[in-house]
Design a protein around this ligand. Structure first.
Ligand code: 13P
Length: 253
């Protein structure tokens, strides 16, 4: 059985007070009507991780992710945060290789791999992102683009660790645009990604790895997207900033 997961990537949004209030409300809604089959994750900015972790430790229902980590354990890397530091705080997951990091911070597949290895080393579970640009899709190169990203990151992970990895397919053209991939487009890519995992690792890894969809996912389109056989949940941006909307997406799994 594959784990169903819905993760909210807050990006650079929410002050500490706003983040605490949002998490509190999400927990309240989940308490009212639990969704035990779905793992619910929030990924606040670094500055809010510790207090939100304390709230989550006290209340339950929600798990904590960071939005990035550095690949080195420690050292002279001003402004960076290591996987060790995150794990020490109580963080359990880390989003890696988000297209915004690739686009604005020139993050490469090799860095995504190094960060994923650093995360796995300390017991953090990486959520490795991939996805093609609009240009690549329009040229019919979307499968090749995603394959290249994963070949140099996910598919180089130590096979002994692959069971701890989560994948997120986020077509760049769907992120924050209001234009989600159709369920068929998403399913086709998820099945392709699963086939890559199957070819490289054991069949069991392909059958058990969770692959999340991200890109303009909301409470209206979530059910149809999540009903696809290879889609195991979502990585949600804008719609994760409102508790009711986010929890409605969780309930759509
Ligand atoms: P949106 O849901 O705002 O399109 O963002 C998706 C995303 O980037 C999640 O990581």
């Amino acid at each position: 059985m594959r784990k169903k997961i819905v993760a909210g990537n807050w990006k650079m949004n929410n002050t500490l007070q706003e983040g605490l209030a949002l998490t509190f409300r999400i927990i309240d809604l989940l308490k009212e009507k639990p969704v035990p089959d779905v793992k619910v994750i929030v990924a606040p900015p670094f500055t809010s991780l510790h207090p939100i972790c304390e709230l989550i430790n006290k209340e339950g229902y929600v798990h904590l992710a960071a939005q990035d980590c550095h690949q080195e354990k420690s050292g002279a890397f001003t402004g960076e945060v290591s996987s060790d530091m995150l794990f020490d705080l109580g963080v359990k997951y880390v989003i890696l290789g988000h297209s915004e990091r690739r686009q604005y911070f020139n993050e490469t597949d090799a860095q995504v791999l190094a960060k994923a290895e650093a995360a796995l080393d300390v017991g953090l579970r990486p959520i490795i992102c991939c996805g093609e640009t609009l240009e690549q899709r329009n040229k019919g190169k979307h499968f090749a683009a995603v394959k290249k990203q994963l070949k140099n990151s996910l598919l180089k992970i130590n096979p002994a660790e692959i069971a701890h990895v989560i994948i997120a397919y986020e077509p760049v053209w769907a992120i924050g645009t209001g234009e989600n991939a159709t369920p068929e487009q998403a399913q086709e890519m998820h099945a392709f990604i699963r086939s890559l995992v199957k070819r490289k690792f054991k069949k069991e890894a392909a059958n058990t790895i969770s692959i999340l969809y991200g890109g303009s996912c909301n409470s209206k389109n979530a059910k149809e997207i999540f009903s696809q056989p290879d889609i195991d949940g979502g990585l949600i941006g804008g719609a994760s900033l409102k508790a009711e909307e986010f929890v409605a997406i969780v309930r759509a799994v």
